[in-house]
Design a protein around this ligand. Structure first.
Ligand code: FAD
Ligand code: DHB
Length: 395
């Protein structure tokens, strides 16, 4: 079997890349280790930058997003119960859209199924070969039978634990990492959100976030120690802890109910450089991880594949390698901007295990600056909405 680009992983990065390439007549095969149902069952990100929305428009998969997505003009920050709103529209003329990763994935899967492009779910033992030369191959096993696909390029869109990054010779890769000593316990509930906008809260007991998926479905998070087990968190315990970390008025107004989903996600910052090895490209979580605080993970994945799709289309249309040669440097410039912002938001809002009075007062001073300095608030708004860095490094 032969195709132009083999894409490993059917998360948002892999599916969006497939769609963007297909729109330009580039043939792809996607290999995904899990079933489509499993991929759709994972609750993850919820906030899309304007650039991500524009890319989904370009991909032709924004119909439902525009019907059901919620456009947010700002967010609220809360410090020990005092709230302050950051008005993105007023500060930087940008907004974000609340539309779950699950929905994005759903729309992309539907579009791919309608187009008839090949996707192999439950592909086992995927392995990558010959990407340092001109004729890469990808092998996999499906229903006990081995297959091999010859291709021009491989796109590693298989997440942090995937096979693509692991296939690169160790010496060719430099990695940078911070592991945070806490996680986020998230809960989904079929109840209206407590507020029209997201609330990010720093409290002495730890971080909390009030988010949503729609006008009827809410997503809440509380910071927990890394060794916490989800089984030890009854819904009641979760609601009590969340209320304690919010201002009294918000705590009072929360509509609680039985959880539809509850899970703990660890927090990590990670970057692998470079993002290209010969004919293998890494994109999305396969190359980098951000802690979720800045809502950047999914947006970064979309940004990577936007660049990569342009580069590959240029290669096929013009026989020019300029785009693919520049891919890693272009992508990494955006990645590091998002790494810095996500690390900063995480440091500003969480209770750190070794936190002393000094660190707490520094957090407070930072919050006060965001409240009183328009320049500080604008810098945050630029990064959160994805305005910062875009013009200088995106083509
Ligand atoms: P993924 O979504 O991880 O997709 C990779 C795909 O590759 C998966 O479907 C996987 O099954 C497949 N795969 C893996 N290995 C192989 C293999 N060997 N062969 C074939 N296929 C393989 N971001 C936010 O902005 N906000 C959040 O609240 C948030 N919460 C998160 C919670 C969790 C638990 C996790 C893990 C991430 C979260 N993120 C969040 C990050 C965000 O969801 C990711 O950045 C985004 O999913 C990246 O998309 P991706 O396509 O690069 O990777
Ligand atoms: C959500 C997740 C985030 O990490 C974030 O910063 C904002 C919202 C969410 O899941 O809704």
């Amino acid at each position: 079997m032969r195709t132009q680009v083999v894409i490993v992983g059917a998360g948002p990065a892999g599916l969006l890349l497939g769609r963007l390439l297909e729109n330009h007549g580039v043939e792809t095969v996607i290999l995904e280790r899990r079933s489509a149902g499993y991929v759709l069952g994972r609750v993850r990100a919820g906030v899309l930058e304007q650039k991500t929305v524009e890319l989904l428009e370009r991909a032709g998969v924004s119909h439902r997003l525009h019907e059901e997505g919620l456009v947010h003009d700002g967010v609220e920050l809360s410090f020990d119960g005092e709230r302050h709103r950051i008005d993105f529209r007023a500060l930087v003329g940008r907004t974000v859209t609340v539309y779950g990763q699950t929905e994005v994935t759903h729309d992309l899967m539907d579009a791919r199924a309608a187009s008839g492009a090949a996707t192999v779910y439950e592909a086992e033992n995927v392995s990558l070969h010959g990407f340092d030369g001109d004729s890469p191959k990808v092998r996999y096993v499906k229903d006990g039978i081995g297959h091999e696909i010859a291709c021009d390029f491989i796109a590693g869109c298989d997440g942090f634990h995937g096979v693509s990054r692991a296939s690169v010779p160790a010496g060719a890769l430099q990695t940078f990492e911070r592991v945070y000593p806490f996680g986020w316990l998230g809960l989904m509930v079929e109840k209206p959100p407590v507020s029209d906008e997201l609330i990010y809260a720093n409290h002495e007991r730890g971080f909390a976030l009030c988010s949503m998926r729609s006008r009827h479905r809410s997503r809440y998070y509380v910071q927990v120690p890394l060794d916490e087990r989800v089984e030890d968190w009854s819904d009641d315990r979760f609601w009590d802890e969340l209320r304690r970390r919010l201002d009294a008025e918000t705590a009072e107004r929360i509509s609680t109910g039985p959880s539809m989903e509850k899970s703990i996600a660890p927090l990590r910052s990670f970057v692998a450089e470079p993002m290209r090895f010969g004919r293998l490209f890494l994109a999305g979580d396969a190359a980098h991880i951000v802690p979720p605080t800045g809502a950047k993970g999914l947006n970064l994945a979309a940004g990577d594949v936007g660049l990569l799709a342009d580069a590959l289309v240029e290669f096929y249309a013009e026989r020019s390698a300029a785009g693919i040669d520049a891919y890693s440097a272009h992508a990494l410039a955006r990645v590091w901007a998002a790494e810095r912002f996500s690390w900063w938001m995480t440091s500003l809002l969480h209770r750190l295990p070794d936190m002393d009075g000094f660190t707490r007062r520094i957090q407070r001073a930072e919050f006060d600056q965001l409240r009183s300095s328009e320049a500080a608030a604008r810098a945050m708004a630029e990064s959160y909405t994805g305005a910062f860095g875009a013009e200088s490094v995106m083509r």
